[in-house]
Structures are given as C-alpha cells and as structure tokens.
Design a protein around this ligand. Structure first.
Ligand SMILES: O=C(O)C[C@H]1C=CC(=O)O1
Ligand SMILES: [Mn+2]
Length: 369
C-alpha cells in the first residue's frame, strides 16, 4: 500500500554560472519525491527543472504544490505493487504536470524494483549496457574559459563530447564562439550546439551552414519547438543532424515529429516525456522510424540522473550518447555514494531499484524549510 508521498525542494549552487539562451543558472532547485509503502519499502523520484519558469511551464514550487495537493491524495492507500494501475489513475485525472508525473512514477518503480530485488533497468525492459557516454555542456559564456574547461575534461578522461549553449548572443558572435572552440579541440572531441529555440528559421539556415562547414556534429533545437515544419525543412536541407529537444513532450510529439521527418535525432528526457514509461515509448517511436537517439537531461541531481541512466541503458542504439552530467554541475551531492564517471562514461548503477541511496543528513541541511 502507498503510505505517504513527500516532496522536497533543495536549492544547490552550481559550480559556475551556466548560461542558456533562456536563463543563466546559478543554483539548481532539486525537486525530490519520496514514496513510503506499507511494507516498509521506499522509493525516490526527481522532478527537477531548469530556471524556474524560464525553460518549461512547471516550476519547482508548482510541482511540489500539485503533487502535495492533487496527486498524492489520488495515490495514498493504492496498491504499491501495481505501478501501472496507480499511474493510470494519475494520468487520467491530472492534465499536464509531466515533471511531477515523472517523479511519482520513478519513485513507485524504484520501490517496486527494490521489492523485487532487481535493478530498475530490468523493470524497463532490461539493460543492454552498463555504461553510457556522457557529454559536458560548455556554458560559462566565455570562449577562453570554455576551451580551458574542455581541455581539462579531456585530460581527466571525463568527457570528449561537448555541447555548447548558444542563442543568447548575436548569431554571428555565437558562430564565431563555436568555431573557435571546435578549432581549438580539433578531432579530439565532438562539438555540438544547443540553441534552445532562440533562432528564427532564416537565422538557423545561415548559422547552421557555417557550423556544418566548421565540423560541428549536432544541432539541437535551433528554432521554436512549435515550428515543426521549419524543423523538417532544416533536417532536409542540412547533412549535419538536427535534434529535437523541447519539441518532444512525449510519445505523441515523437510520433508527429517522426512522421514529418522533422528531426534526425531525438533527445529523450524522462521528465519532459512525463515519466520513464512514456520516455521509453518516445525511444521506441524513434527506433521504428529510423530516428537516432540521445539521452537528455534537465540537469537533475543524482536521483533523476540515475533514473534516466536505467532507461537509457535499455536502448539498443544510442548513437549520440547522453548528457547525464547533472550532478557534476552542482556543488553538493545528495547521494551517499556519488554516481561514477570514468573513461568518458557514466556507470549505470547496479544494486536494486535506482541503485542509489539518499544521504538524509545532507538533504536535511539542503532542503528548503
Ligand atoms: O538540453 C537542454 O536544453 C537543457 C540542459 C541539458 C544540458 C544542459 O546544459 O542544459
Ligand atoms: Mn536542449
């Protein structure tokens, strides 16, 4: 039986300002959900988002309010061993609130996998890999600093895929910034850009041509998420792959994008998709339609990152790797044992459920009162 559901907010400073076209992050608000069951098993989930309401339409505070007020009461007393049935109730009664739904589903699945004594990945179809390539985002806002940061990551053997956040400055300045970094790193690294919807289609046509010529490997969400026809035109026009990110809010968007040929690659995000199960469906749509996969993040801490890693470990093809570096951008760790990053890969946790344990003493210090 589902006994209690608790939503915890914790504000954690980032290791440096993280500049996106939509906001500059200096702290990340972790949104953690703890589900306790009658048999003594507990599960954890995460609904962390980026930049309050700058990036998406759920804020940390709205997620907590909606879970506490509207979602938890639907679930208390329900059979904790029937996660799909419990989630069907939530999905029927609650519109939107994808991040909240993801955290709840993750916590219920974590508890169920612990109960069964298996890793979460085995409840999601079964893992086909134990480690995932991990990109790092260069977003200090300063070209020289970004190059130094990339060189350090290469030296540490932590990352050799770099995603550059652009779109806040003039197109010409952004292109010069990216090409300077690509030139400095040469073939030692894959350089990619994420525009977070900032360009018009005309700006995208001009900028992507230059980025493609300069050896950039991937262009993420260059134009508005709603401009599916524009994304299709860009995908057709360029050989450099075009990736959909914000455009994908679940399996239906994935289906529409795939049928329209509006992206070469999908960024799969468990929160944006409204949970692990719908995120798996996004990946299935991609695989059936010949769209390549990338494991995305909303810069979650250890819980959400572990959950994503369990799902991405079930993808037979993961051509563009992942960006599951969220915990590395934070100054504080909420897990007892941090996730392991080595040889350019994140190790998918073994053990039961998510395979991670929350440090309650640390969380007690970090959580909002
Ligand atoms: O992909 C996004 O749009 C969000 C996020 C993921 C990595 C990062 O630096 O920002
Ligand atoms: Mn993105």
């Amino acid at each position: 039986m589902i006994h209690s559901i608790e939503t915890i907010l914790a504000d954690v400073p980032t290791i440096r300002p993280h500049q996106l076209s939509v906001t500059t992050m200096r702290t990340q608000t972790l949104v953690l959900v703890r589900v306790r069951c009658g048999d003594g098993v507990e599960g954890w989930g995460e609904a962390t988002t980026i930049g309050g309401l700058n990036y998406g339409e759920e804020s940390p505070e709205s997620i907590k309010a909606n879970i506490d007020t509207h979602i938890a009461p639907l679930l208390i007393g329900k059979d904790a061993t029937r996660v799909a049935a419990a989630m069907a109730v939530v999905r029927k009664a609650i519109q939107g609130n994808r991040f909240a739904k993801c955290a709840i589903e993750t916590a219920l699945l974590d508890a169920q996998a612990r109960r069964l004594g298996i890793p979460l990945s085995e409840l999601l179809g079964g893992r086909v890999r134990n480690a995932l390539p991990v990109a790092w985002t260069l977003a200090s806002g300063d070209t020289t600093k970004d190059i130094a940061e990339a060189e350090l990551m290469l030296e540490l053997r932590r990352h050799r895929i770099f995603k550059l956040k652009i779109g806040a400055r003039a197109v010409h300045d952004d292109v010069a910034h990216v090409l300077a970094i690509k030139q400095a790193l040469g073939n030692k690294a894959s350089v990619r850009v994420d525009v977070n919807q900032a360009w018009t289609e005309l700006q995208a046509m001009e900028a992507i041509a230059a980025l493609q010529d300069g050896g950039v490997d991937l262009i993420e969400q260059p134009i508005a998420a709603h401009n599916q026809a524009g994304m299709a035109r860009l995908a057709r026009h360029f050989t450099v792959p075009i990736m959909a990110d914000e455009a994908l809010q679940g399996p239906l968007d994935a289906y529409r994008y795939a049928t329209a040929g509006a992206a070469d690659v999908f960024a799969v995000k468990i929160t944006q998709s409204a949970g692990l199960t719908p995120a798996a469906q996004v990946a299935t749509v991609a695989q059936l339609s010949g769209v390549a996969l990338y494991g995305g993040t909303m810069l979650e801490g250890g819980i959400g990152t572990a959950a994503s890693s369990h799902l991405f470990a079930t993808f037979p093809e993961l051509a563009f790797g992942t960006e599951l570096f969220g915990p590395l951008l934070l100054t504080e760790e909420v897990l007892q044992e941090p996730l392991v990053y080595q040889d350019f890969m994140l190790q998918v946790p073994g053990g039961h459920g998510l395979g991670v344990t929350v440090d309650m003493e640390k969380l007690g210090r970090l959580r909002r009162q």
